[in-house]
Design a protein around this ligand. Structure first.
Ligand code: CP
Ligand code: NVA
Length: 336
């Protein structure tokens, strides 16, 4: 039996440790094929719909180039291009898209929508980020960890910043499944929700992963192998700048925090986009209003030898390729 064929990737909890490890290793294999120029047309003749309610650079670019490298045709359907969420229900849209496309990516707000697309389309659906989870990002992130540290089991990844967003949720649960020790370091008011922590603790019991949720920076970052952060204001919560800056400034990744880890071989990851200088229009706006030029990570750390965020971004393409090929491709994958 082929365990991946026909499945959707909606949230990490639906996949076993062995399956997630397989996706990480398959991503590395496809990366190798790409670097050697060896064709890998596992999706020859397939059509892929890319639905985006929120903006994206990496996820859209990765799905598009991955689909083309796999021999498929990607079609971008932005929120202003289609009726979904306005004149047409999720169910009706899913039925129509499922009759024409072989696979559907969805990025948006609600987890319910991506679940509805999977329920009614009859084709694999891949979650390209919702308010709750960012599962395709996880395969790229743990591939990057494995490439740099040579292993996953027993690695300590410390996520600092907004502990209640999609990235914190996904890292906590995926790390717990994979046997990676995850520490979430954030102010108490931004600790992950109880349901997410309970779910992660359940997985950690099986994998042996050690989980920590704490607001104490010095204690929590000490001994980190990986420091990870994300934006302080996620898509859809743009009215929260002032309160997040106030709350999260002590949780910024800067050289002091890097030193506090006590690990010279530390790597720093960020899913991107990052607020590390005031070069952007958005950055200028925040600088004028709040007088700061960096939020979750300083430019110094971002550009230092520790920062691996651009390798991580490239890995989005290799890992999305693995996810699409495993769930939709013309290839045999043994039961893992
Ligand atoms: N990391 C990530 O998902 O980036 P985009 O929002 O640019 O897709
Ligand atoms: N937490 C961020 C992740 C972006 C990839 C957001 O949802 O905007």
């Amino acid at each position: 039996k082929q365990v991946f064929q026909g499945r959707s990737l909606l949230a990490e909890k639906d996949f076993t440790r062995a399956e997630l490890e397989y996706l990480v290793d398959f991503s590395a294999h496809l990366k190798d094929l790409k670097k050697r120029g060896i064709p890998h047309h596992y999706l020859e003749g397939k059509n892929i719909a890319l639905l985006f309610e929120k903006t994206s650079t990496r996820t859209r670019a990765a799905f598009t180039t991955a689909a083309i490298d796999l021999g498929a045709h990607p079609e971008y359907l932005g929120k202003n291009d289609i009726q979904l969420g306005k004149k047409e229900s999720v169910e009706d849209t899913a039925k129509v898209l499922g009759s024409m496309f072989d696979g559907i990516e969805f990025r948006g707000f609600s987890q319910k929508v991506v679940e509805g697309l999977a329920e009614f389309s009859g084709v694999p659906v891949w979650n390209g980020l919702t308010d709750e989870w960012h599962p395709t990002q996880m395969i790229a992130d743990f591939l990057t960890v494995k490439e740099n540290l040579g292993r996953l089991e027993g690695v300590t990844l410390v996520y600092v910043g907004d502990g209640r967003n999609n990235m914190a949720n996904s890292l906590l649960v995926t790390g717990a499944i994979l046997g990676v020790n995850i520490r979430i370091c954030s102010p108490k008011s931004l600790f992950p929700e109880k349901e997410v922590v309970d779910m992660a603790e359940g997985f950690a019991k099986e994998s042996g992963s050690k989980l920590v949720i704490s607001d104490n920076v010095a204690e929590t970052v000490k001994g980190a192998d990986v420091l990870y952060t994300d934006v302080w204001v996620s898509m859809g919560e743009e009215d929260k700048f002032a309160e997040r800056i106030e709350l999260l400034t002590p949780y910024q990744i800067n050289m002091d925090m890097v030193k506090q880890t006590g690990n010279e071989d530390l790597i720093v990851l960020h899913c991107l986009p990052a607020f590390h200088d005031a070069e952007t229009e958005y950055g200028q706006d925040v600088k004028e209003k709040f007088g700061i030029t960096a939020m979750e990570i300083t430019d110094e750390v971002f550009r230092s030898k520790y920062g691996r965020q651009f390798d991580q971004a490239e890995n989005r393409m290799h890992s999305i390729k693995a996810i699409m090929a495993a769930t939709l491709g013309n290839l045999f994958i043994p039961r893992v």
